[in-house]
Design a binder for this molecule. Structure first.
Ligand code: GDP
Length: 534
């Protein structure tokens, strides 16, 4: 049976009401503020503002680090679940800084949709564009929220044009702003014919909402001053002529994005956006795996690890694997097969993340994100099933672009450094290479800021002061080929070889020329800049 609205199979009600998404934005556009308001309307917290306050106090939120506060960036991803109307939302937090693209990329493999937040004065910024491209590669549906409309912002047509031209996606206005900056009054909800008025007096209060019987309704003039009304009516007429109307299928295909205008800090436009996520979806989607596609309504449970986070709570040295459930109805205590090792795992204390609290998950459904505490068995990319041997596709690991060696500045603590580094490698926070000859480690990252984050975390979480120093190498490539050839190659090139944290051989060099030479001289071997984590 097909659900005509979403053109997809009818799902069990609990799966049908799940919405799993991420927010993509450039730093400072308002992602944190919007998240707080989501949680506020999701009933997950009493008062917006508590996400930060509680997080700092309890260290369970991702942005607990001093460095993050100083720089105003969010370093690692976490998940939050909350209910809104009849829907169950799973919001996966993406790190905003460009240095964390790999982590972000993996996070986006765990969601079905993205909310793109842009600053109404700035439009599309560099990081928005990068993240958008990642979503586009998967044809992911995108909802757009144009934030900070309470301030001087760009002309509405200009904003929409910029998105259409820069990102090559059709844009359909779901709401239309009335007035700009200080004169910003609110929005007309074009999908539901309502006038939404912003309440400037109380930021946590949702303003008045007036049902309007079309744009000719005299009620409009009762709420909108004449000089604003005239311009607004002209603009909407033009917009309706020039812009596509909402097409649900085009949205689900990722070729059209509805845009809402609002002000997260004033709680304005947020509920309309949430209604959009709820009503338009998408619902949990079919996931590609190596053997066959996995549908969410299959009775058996499957899922994959997209994120491992260590030391979320410094008091408990736990490690949480974040798992996206792809099918079935999960119950606490279930025995699942850890496909990589083929071993059974009893999932005794799965976690649900509700705002800044975690809670035991008695059950969970396809689409949900659960956290599984473990001692390092669960790695990024690992699949969990009820016995079936399968691997979920498309979770990549990138070759680091920057290499540095690391040592502890306190020789007494040097031996604990191994443990700390291994832990971060398992989290996917850095690549760890053990040179075949000599002592020490080479650390590889995608962006320079990651070195600072690592140094700060090693000090904070393990009490080990460390220093990163330039390595003699600048590139790392995974080496694959017939075992005999690989072994022979390693033997001849010991000074260039290292093993990564999974024990796979890596060729390190500072010259592209070296890489070309290996490829030419050793046709049986290949050097690769990515490794699928499987
Ligand atoms: P993030 O870096 O994307 O998480 O952005 P934040 O949510 O931390 O917001 C960045 C800054 O913009 C903060 O100072 C917020 O208070 C401010 N901000 C967020 N939303 C709005 C808004 O709707 N209007 C105005 N004027 N400021 C906002």
């Amino acid at each position: 049976m097909l659900d005509t609205e979403q053109n997809s199979p009818v799902l069990p009600p609990e799966i049908d009401r799940r919405r799993t998404f991420a927010i993509i934005s450039h730093p400072d556009a308002g992602k944190t503020t919007l998240t707080e308001k989501f949680l506020l309307y999701g009933g997950a917290i009493q008062m917006a503002g508590q996400v930060r306050a509680k997080g700092q106090a309890r260290n369970t939120r991702s942005d607990f680090m001093q460095m993050e506060k100083d720089r105003g960036i969010s370093v690692s991803a976490s998940a939050m679940s909350f209910e809104f109307r009849n829907f169950w939302f799973n919001l996966v937090d993406t790190p905003g800084h460009s240095d964390f693209s790999e982590d972000t990329y993996r996070t986006l493999t765990a969601v079905d949709a993205a909310v793109m937040v842009i600053d109404g004065a700035k439009g599309i910024e560099s990081q928005t564009r990068k993240l958008f491209e990642v979503c586009r590669m998967r044809d992911m549906p995108i909802l757009t929220f144009c934030n900070k409309m309470d301030r001087e912002s760009r002309d509405t047509f200009e904003i929409i044009d910029e998105i259409q031209e820069n990102l090559a996606i059709d844009v359909c206005p779901a709401s239309w702003p009335i007035g700009v900056g200080r004169d910003f009054l609110g929005c007309y909800d074009l999908l539901n014919d309502r006038l939404e008025l912003m309440d400037r007096a109380d930021r946590n209060v949702v303003g008045e909402s007036v049902e309007i019987n079309g744009l000719d309704d005299p009620k409009l003039a009762e709420h909108v001053p004449a000089e604003l009304l005239e311009q607004f009516l002209e603009e909407v007429e033009m917009a309706r002529e020039l812009m596509p109307s909402f097409d649900h299928q085009a949205f689900l295909d990722g070729t059209l994005t509805p845009i809402w205008f609002g002000s997260a800090i004033n709680s304005f436009g947020v509920q309309e956006l949430m209604d959009g996520i709820g009503n338009f979806g998408p619902k949990p989607q079919v996931r590609p795996a190596d053997t066959r596609p996995i549908a969410p309504d299959e009775p058996k449970v499957t899922g994959f690890v997209f994120k491992v986070q260590a030391n979320m709570d410094p008091k408990h040295r736990d490690r949480i694997a974040f798992v996206r459930l792809c099918s079935g109805h999960f119950r606490r205590g279930m025995k699942l097969t850890h496909v990589r090792t083929k071993k059974p795992m009893a999932i005794a204390s799965p976690m649900l993340f509700l705002a800044s609290d975690r809670e035991l998950a008695e059950e969970a459904w396809a689409g949900d994100i659960i956290g599984i505490p473990n001692h390092g068995q669960l790695r990024i990319g690992d699949a969990l099933t009820e016995g079936e041997q399968l691997r979920f596709a498309g979770i990549p690991s990138f070759a680091p672009e920057l290499l540095q060696s690391v040592r502890s500045t306190d020789p007494m603590k040097a031996k604990h450094l191994d443990k700390a580094l291994n832990q971060f490698a398992e989290e996917g926070a850095a690549k760890l290479f053990k040179p075949v000859i000599g002592a020490g480690w080479v650390i590889g990252v995608v962006g320079a800021l990651q070195f600072e984050v690592l140094a700060s975390r090693i000090e904070l979480e393990y009490g080990i002061p460390v220093r990163f120093e330039p390595s003699q190498f600048t590139s790392a490539r995974w080496l694959t080929g017939p075992q005999e050839d690989v072994d022979k190659f390693i033997d001849i090139n010991k000074g260039h070889m290292a093993l990564d944290h999974d024990g796979d051989p890596v060729f390190m060099t500072r010259l592209q020329w070296d890489i070309d030479r290996v490829e030419r001289d050793y046709p049986a071997l290949s050097l690769s800049a990515t490794k699928e984590i499987l």
